[in-house]
Design a protein around this ligand. Structure first.
Ligand code: 5AD
Ligand code: SF4
Length: 541
């Protein structure tokens, strides 16, 4: 039954003459034509009296688990619900709708959400509450969620957020609202995300969704579907909007962010880098798309929007780093000299089993090329430990790769078997959990030791820091990040003048640990007024 009919249902059931009068009266079209909404702006999903009726009392609380993409997806969901009249609350006890944005990448992430759902079941017994499970876990476990966890009212996969208002309404009628249909073209290009914390000076912008790589361990291609890119113009509009609202740093997001490709005709005049392929030596397991506007061009266009706005991106795949992308990064002051370069393993045999499409040597050659373009680059990475059949020697290869590259940050994840993946079907998860965990700790130890050495060498350097907020340690201190994305702790004033989030400051590094630096603020600055290197020279003179 349509939303419109549902609204009039009690009326028509109880009073036959009303049905007749309604049928004889002005049509819905006539009603809309005479309303205050201009006809050209009429959107059938936005009939005002329906919005008020259905959403008046809906107070929504969001809980976000997993990656940055999930944060941005929640902002898309919030934008969709806000338009329908929902109110957001920051305390779940004040909510009558709790929406959980979920992650399926590892077993542990899912366990956490199952526990949370059990918790929410108790709340539901005490009061009127709708619980919705969104995102990857919804996609992967739809029936289980409804059968095992009776507290779930709505299940919405990553491509069905536009349908959420209807799903919530269905749930209000006592039936579960479910939509886990994946799409080949949904990018939410026309939805302007509403940021969860609008005071923040940093923001995320999704540029593509899904992944075609099919790394053998990874559930993402199954939960988030095929790769698709958002048209460049809508990305640039969003970046301009953020810049006008005082945002000083955007992070472009995608599961495979650097395989971005906009094939639309409007993008053609902006193509500078034609026939850009893969990084040297790398193979693609999926069909390579040629033509159109690629990541190098998009990065260039985004960086040009506002020279005082920093640009970052995550998460890339090493295969999609042709020289053109490195050239664009190194030639723009506002594109940060930081590359997250997930290696996953330092052993060519394990990389082959993982289906990564490169060898240890290809990866190291790419690292050398990156250092040639950007000698001061910060590299960070992801590793999986104890993947099917990984031996101690192969793990040692990973440790030696971490040592050789000298990352400033690494994640190390014990391998977690995921159903449906190729590794689940073809390989054996045979490394004991204790070994997986120990190997992960060993990777972290090597990266921390190397990172500390790197940071110690930077003591005395002058760096530009974007201030983000109050430091956790003290209200007298602020924290920000340098280009390499390392946290820098600073005082909250310089020369008697208060420093605010969103300002750039020139900082002399005075101390460091393996993960944080301490700095002395010299002055407020702008991104374009000086580079770190220039400042270093000025200090020497
Ligand atoms: N087990 C452990 N880690 C995984 N990742 C992806 N799939 C798995 C898995 N099944 C890690 C990879 C990826 C990061 C986002 O999560 O390192 O880069
Ligand atoms: Fe998963 Fe590999 Fe795609 Fe990353 S590139 S999302 S690890 S399949």
């Amino acid at each position: 039954m349509s939303r419109f009919l549902r609204l009039f249902e009690p009326l028509s059931r109880n009073c036959g003459s009303w049905t007749k009068k309604l049928a004889e009266g002005p049509s819905l079209e006539a009603f809309i034509a005479n309303s205050s909404v201009p006809r050209e702006n009429y959107d059938p999903t936005e009939v005002p009296y329906l919005i008020d009726e259905s959403a008046q009392l809906k107070k929504v609380f969001f809980e976000v688990y997993g990656c940055q993409m999930n944060v941005n997806d929640t902002e898309i969901v919030w934008s969709i619900l806000k338009k329908k009249g929902y109110e957001r609350v920051l305390n779940h006890n004040a909510a009558n709708v709790v929406l959980i944005m979920t992650c399926s990448i590892r077993e542990g992430a899912e366990q956490k959400i199952w526990r949370r759902l059990q918790d929410l079941r108790k709340h539901k017994q005490r009061r009127d509450l709708q619980v919705g499970v969104l995102g990857c876990m919804a996609e992967r476990l739809k029936t289980q969620l409804l059968e095992k966890e009776k507290s779930v009212d709505v299940v919405a996969g990553p491509d069905s957020y536009r349908d959420l208002p209807r799903l919530l309404e269905t749930a209000s009628g006592g039936q579960a609202g479910v939509n886990v249909q994946l799409s080949l073209d949904e990018t939410y290009a026309d939805v302007t995300p509403v940021r969860l914390d609008e005071r923040r000076k940093t923001a995320f912008v999704s540029i593509m969704r899904g992944c075609n790589n099919m790394c053998t361990y990874c559930i993402v291609p199954f939960t988030r579907g095929r790769e698709r890119s958002r048209p460049m113009n809508s990305i640039l509009d969003e970046v301009r909007h953020l810049s006008l609202n005082g945002v000083k740093e955007v992070t472009l997001l995608g599961q495979n962010v650097n395989s971005y490709r906009d094939m639309s005709e409007e993008s053609h005049p902006f193509i500078r880098f034609t026939d850009v392929g893969l990084a040297k030596g790398f193979k693609s397991k999926c069909k390579l798309r040629s033509g159109g506007l690629g990541f190098a061009d998009l990065l260039h266009q985004v960086a040009e929007v506002d020279p005082e706005m920093r640009v970052r991106f995550t998460s890339p795949h090493p295969k999609d780093f042709p020289d053109e992308v490195l050239q664009v990064i190194s030639s723009h002051k506002n594109i940060c000299n930081h590359i997250h370069l997930p290696a996953q393993s330092g052993s060519t045999r394990v990389l082959d089993l993982m289906g990564r499409g490169y060898t240890r040597e290809d990866y190291l050659t790419l690292v050398d090329t990156i250092y040639k373009f950007m000698p001061n680059v910060s590299l960070t990475s992801d590793f999986i430990t104890g993947f099917c059949g990984e031996t101690e020697d192969e793990h040692q290869m990973t440790l030696s790769l971490v040592e050789q590259v000298g990352y400033t940050f690494c994640y190390a994840f014990p391998y977690s078997l995921r159903e449906k993946t190729r590794a689940h079907r073809r390989l054996e998860d045979d490394v004991p959990l204790e070994d997986k965990k120990r190997r992960a700790i060993e990777i972290l130890e090597v990266f921390r030791r190397k990172a500390k050495l790197k940071f110690e060498k930077q003591i005395g350097d002058i760096q530009t820091v974007l201030v983000e907020g109050e430091s956790k340690r003290s209200t007298e201190e602020l924290f920000g990040r340098n280009e390499g994305n390392t946290k820098v702790i600073i005082a909250n004033e310089v020369g008697g003048e208060r420093i605010h989030p969103g300002e750039y400051v020139s900082v002399r590094i005075t101390n460091c640990s393996s993960q944080t630096m301490i700095g002395e603020v010299l002055r407020k600055t702008s991104l374009q007024s000086s580079t770190d290197e220039e400042e270093k020279r000025q200090m020497i003179l």
